[in-house]
Write a protein that binds this ligand. Structure first.
Ligand SMILES: [Fe+2]
Length: 262
């Protein structure tokens, strides 16, 4: 069995708060929880939005916070990330695609793919022809081997009105690629700061609450001007994968009050 700890959207800032929330305390609580309870996991994955505010030093800071983890953590790009800043502080494996933060991890029974859906200058996502070609090649290498995909931007609308406006722009091309291969068994996405689950073209997907702040649900209606984080505790996902059976345990790793200024 492969055990993976899934985290998303830490929005780490070297200093300061986000709407009164200290993102460093939340990330530290997540890492401490993993070290205490899930040090037997094969690896962790961080599905984007590593930093929040483009403050110089944020990447160096998150590298230090992640270095405390007892298990390897594979990070990927979100809309708030910056490829140059990311690469300057976080190591990428040899399989990384040139020019993008996109790479794969080959294990005995499955391939794990970490995609780069960042679009420079936009909060919406992009999966351009070059990234599509890399994924097409990666999926085609082992046609019968299960593949699991981690990415930031959902390739479908989730009924979350504001987030749906900044989903993956190249969703149709991405999903065509999924159905052109028969080995993609699950998609795991960040970005929306809320847990959702379903299927798209028959492929199961899930999203996750953030390590940092949580987005409110679609009702009552809200917009970015009136946005206030939901007073919900953060979460991480524990993934248990064996013989194409996938179990996702949504797991609260600290109280809501951790990191909240009073
Ligand atoms: Fe985010």
């Amino acid at each position: 069995m492969t055990k993976i700890i899934w985290m998303s959207d830490p929005h780490l800032q070297a200093e300061g708060t986000i709407d009164g929330l200290d993102p460093r305390k939340r990330l530290d609580a997540a890492i401490a929880f993993i070290n205490a309870h899930h040090a037997d996991a094969d690896f962790a994955v961080l599905t984007g939005d590593l930093v929040g505010d483009d403050i110089a030093g944020d990447y160096a800071a998150i590298a230090q916070h992640l270095a405390v983890s007892h298990i390897p953590i594979h990070p990927l790009m979100g809309n708030n990330d910056d490829r140059a800043g990311f690469r300057a502080s976080l190591a990428l494996p040899e399989t990384a695609m040139p020019g993008f933060v996109q790479y794969r991890l080959d294990m005995a029974n499955a391939t794990y793919l970490f995609l780069d859906t960042h679009k420079v200058g936009s909060h919406a996502g992009q999966f351009c022809a070059a990234r599509q070609a890399w994924l097409d090649d990666a999926l085609g290498k082992s046609p019968g081997k299960p593949a699991y995909i981690f990415m930031h931007h959902p390739p479908l609308a989730l009924g979350l009105p504001k987030q749906d406006e900044i989903m993956l722009e190249d969703a149709a091309a991405f999903l065509d690629l999924m159905t052109a291969h028969n080995n993609v068994k699950h998609l795991f996405m960040g970005h929306v700061h809320r847990p959702t689950a379903g299927t798209v073209r028959g492929i199961p997907f899930a999203t996750l609450g953030a390590v940092s702040f949580q987005a409110p649900g679609p009702r009552p209606a809200w917009d970015w001007d009136s946005f206030k984080p939901a007073k919900e505790a953060p979460q991480l996902g524990v993934l248990l994968i064996e013989d194409e059976t996938v179990v996702l345990q949504y797991t609260q790793f600290c109280e809501y009050a951790v990191g909240v200024e009073v």
